[in-house]
Design a protein around this ligand. Sequence first.
Ligand code: SDX
Length: 428
Amino acid sequence: MSKTAILEIDGKKYEFPVIKGTENEEAIDIKTLRSVTGGVTTIDPGYKNTGSCESAITFLNGEEGVLRYRGYAIEDLAEKADFLEVAYLLIFGELPSQQELNKFHEDIKQHSHVDEDVKKILDGFPKSAHPMGVLSSLTSALVAFNPSSVNVDSEEDMYNAMVRILAKFPVLTAWAYRKRTGQPLDYGDDSLGYVDNFLKMMFKKPHGEYKSNKVVVDALDKLLILHADHEQNCSTSTVRMVGSSHAGLFASLSAGINALWGPLHGGANQAVIEMLENIKEDGGDTHKFMQKAKDKNDPFRLMGFGHRVYKNFDPRARIIKKSADDVLSALGVEDPVLNIAKGLEKEALEDSYFVDRKLYPNVDFYSGIIYRAMGIPVEMFTAMFALGRLPGWIAQWREMRLRKEPIGRPRQVYIGETHREFKPIEKR
Ligand code: SDX
């Protein structure tokens, strides 16, 4: 006997089914609410209590700090898989065989060329342009160069659009970096692995050899896996919302990039390093900044702390914190802000303000320390998040389209003026 929920309004009772997911999450299905009640809806700013869809891609349990992609634990994937393997898993639902993975990578390599005219758009940006603004613009512009990626009515069209953007996005990301540093753009080397090739496009000096650094390749591969998907976060919900109007994949991704840019979301990894640098410049007094974070009159927040869903340790933060020490020592990098970060974390985990609100370090708290040790500048941190999140966005967009989800169109509660007569200007 399936469970139901009863809602009573003005003495009248309404019954709604309660659905249960494979991880025993329960949700009240209110699809008929407005029609059976004659217009009553719900309101839930920030959708803290509202599910937008059923999804089979990522499961997270915020209370227990659990994160799984298609049923596989993030700890296992970060340790045993590589980023392209995880991208395949997220998109198609199964870990690929070696043959499937090789074909996936080959299909991606076929499209690693970015039309030369895209460079003219890039040239139009000032060097100071933030990489996220460049990336969202160039991703949207790619539609003009790949018109077949818009109407993806068949799985074949969808596959072609997906491998195109998986091929071109790393190129655009590296180009956004080289634009800022005034370097000539690099076209990559198809003989390299996906992540290694990205690093080559980022760091190969115009007149020098590119030497792969296995520590950096492995560390970045792991970071990209950890960022690859995270169920219905702000940017993923944006990609699904835009895609629900049947806008193309590239246009939907461009919207997601802009949502991720915000400092409360993916932009936090840049904000964390800027915060840690400020604390260092200010003399390293973490306690002073802890007080600021707790002061309601002070807009300062402890960036990299807190999470809408995790009310326990973000499992990704735990993995990244551990690899931060390994990567920095392997690269022989001493970064004073790492100790400041650890000091802040220790103090926060013992402070009732943070403990009572279940504020723990999230994925962004330590990631920037590793990116910086790899030589990636802070303005590129959120672009790295986007590079990691790309397969998750694609997987979620594909699921939404294959499930033929309806166009997203929330309701509202109107609180403005009721009807009033027009007043001619001479009478105002
Ligand atoms: C990501 O959703 C995802 O999955 C996102 C993400 C992904 O992979 O896609 O995990 C990636 O975006 C991680 C989050 C990165 N953002 C930051 O690190 C920015 C700092 N964090 C906060 O802005 C905040 O914690 C959010 C935005 C992450 C979550 O905000 P919520 O869920 O809306 O929580 P809230 O703002 O209602 O805060 C609840 C309380 C408030 O205090 P009270 O009003 O109850 O007294 O906690 C306080 C907040 O003031 N609080 C903080 C805080 N975060 C929350 N106080 C100080 N410092 C903080 N960081």
